[in-house]
Design a protein around this ligand. Structure first.
Ligand SMILES: [Zn+2]
Length: 51
């Protein structure tokens, strides 16, 4: 069970990215350069970040 709400499931070969500013989440096979809504940096939330 995912820890985050997931309204749009991604394919196995896609990864989730989340906007660091507005929280918009998208699925993409390639890293997005910027949020399509606000233009802020996107971060990959598919891979858990080690503390
Ligand atoms: Zn954004």
């Amino acid at each position: 069970m995912p820890l985050w709400s997931d309204p749009a499931p991604c394919d196995d070969d896609e990864q989730r990215y989340e906007c660091t500013e507005c929280g918009t989440r998208i699925c993409s096979e390639t890293a997005p350069t910027a949020c399509e809504k606000c233009g802020a940096e996107m971060r990959n939330i598919s891979v858990p970040r080690p503390e």
